[in-house]
Design a protein around this ligand. Structure first.
Ligand code: FAD
Ligand code: DHB
Length: 389
């Protein structure tokens, strides 16, 4: 079998890249080791930058997002028992879109099916070969048989635990990492959100985030120790802890209900450089991870796709390699901006195991400055809505 672009991974980055290529008439095949239902069962991101929403539109898959997504003009930073609104639209002229990653993934899968794009699910042991040479290909196993797929390029869109980055000779790769000493315990519940905008709360007991997926579905997170066990967290215990970390006006009106998803996510910052090895390109979480504070992971995956798609389109239509040659440096510049922003939001909002009252006071002073200064609020807002591509 042969295609122009073999895409490993049917998450948001693989699907978005695949759709843009299909729309441009560039032949591509997506392979994923998981099945469609499993991919759609993962609850992850919830906030899209305008650039990401624009990419979904450009792919022709944005209609449901516009109909059902919630445009947000601001969010709240809560600390010392009060909340302070960050007026994203007033400060930047831009807003974000609250629309779940699951929905975005579903819409892109739907569009792919409707436009005849080929996806091979449950493809095991996918292995890329010869991407430093002239004849890249990959092999995979399906239904007990080994298959070979020849291609011009391989897009590694297979997430942090995928095979693409691990296939690169380790001496060719430089990695940067910070692991944070806590996680996020998150629940999904069908009750109206505690507030119509997101609340990021700094509290001496730890960070909390009140987010949502719709006007009737809430997504709540609390910072937790990495050693915590999900089974020790009844819904009641979770809500008690969440209430403690929120300003009283919110805690008093929190509507509770039985959660239908509960999980603990570890937090890390990670970047692999470069993002290109001959014909193999790393895209999205395969190349970088950010802690979720600030909602940048999926949005970075979308900006990587923007740079890679324009490079591939240039290659096939103008026979120029300039865009592909610039991919890694263009993508990494924006990646590092988001890594810095997510790190600083995480550091400012969480309680660290070795931090005491002094550190809490420093965080509160920083937050006071942030909400009291138009310059500082604007810098936060500009990063939150997403830096330009
Ligand atoms: P993935 O979504 O990981 O997709 C990779 C795909 O590759 C998967 O389908 C997987 O099955 C497949 N795969 C893996 N290994 C292989 C293999 N060996 N062979 C074949 N296929 C393979 N980001 C935001 O922008 N905003 C948010 O609000 C936000 N909130 C988050 C909240 C939480 C709790 C978490 C955990 C993450 C959050 N993120 C957020 C991050 C976001 O979810 C990721 O950055 C995003 O999923 C990256 O997309 P991707 O397509 O690059 O990778
Ligand atoms: C969500 C996750 C985030 O990391 C964030 O900053 C905002 C929202 C969410 O899952 O809804």
């Amino acid at each position: 079998m042969r295609t122009k672009v073999a895409i490993i991974g049917s998450g948001p980055s693989g699907l978005l890249l695949g759709q843009l290529l299909t729309n441009a008439g560039i032949d591509n095949i997506i392979l994923d080791r998981a099945g469609k239902d499993y991919i759609l069962s993962r609850v992850r991101a919830g906030v899209l930058e305008e650039g990401t929403a624009g990419m979904l539109d450009f792919a022709g898959a944005g209609a449901r997002m516009h109909a059902e997504g919630l445009p947000h003009d601001g969010f709240s930073l809560a600390f010392k028992g009060r909340d302070h609104r960050i007026d994203l639209f007033g400060l930047t002229g831009k807003r974000v879109m609250v629309y779940g990653q699951t929905e975005l993934t579903y819409d892109l899968m739907d569009k792919r099916e409707a436009t005849g794009g080929k996806t091979i699910f449950d493809a095991l042991n996918i292995t890329p070969y010869d991407f430093s040479g002239d004849s890249p290909y990959l092999t995979y196993e399906k239904d007990g048989l080994t298959h070979r797929l020849d291609c011009d390029f391989i897009a590694g869109c297979d997430g942090y635990h995928g095979i693409s980055r691990r296939s690169v000779p380790q001496q060719a790769l430089k990695t940067f990492e910070r692991v944070y000493p806590f996680g996020w315990l998150g629940i999904l519940v069908d009750v109206p959100p505690v507030s119509h905008e997101l609340i990021y709360a700094n509290h001496p007991r730890g960070f909390a985030l009140c987010s949502m997926r719709s006007e009737t579905r809430s997504r709540y997170y609390i910072q937790c120790d990495l050693a915590e066990k999900i089974n020790d967290w009844s819904d009641e215990r979770f809500y008690d802890e969440l209430r403690r970390r929120l300003p009283r006006n919110h805690a008093e009106v929190l509507v509770v209900g039985p959660s239908f998803e509960k999980s603990i996510a570890p937090l890390r910052s990670f970047v692999a450089e470069p993002m290109r090895f001959g014909a193999l390109f790393l895209v999205g979480d395969a190349a970088h991870i950010v802690p979720p504070t600030g909602a940048k992971g999926l949005n970075l995956a979308a900006s990587d796709v923007h740079y890679l798609f324009s490079g591939l389109a240039e290659h096939y239509t103008e026979h120029s390699s300039a865009g592909l040659d610039a991919y890694s440096s263009r993508a990494l510049k924006r990646v590092w901006s988001a890594v810095r922003f997510s790190w600083s939001m995480t550091t400012m909002m969480h309680r660290f195991p070795d931090s005491g009252e002094f550190d809490q006071k420093i965080q509160e002073a920083e937050l006071d400055y942030l909400v009291g200064s138009v310059a500082a609020s604007s810098a936060l807002a500009e990063n939150y809505v997403g830096l330009p591509y």
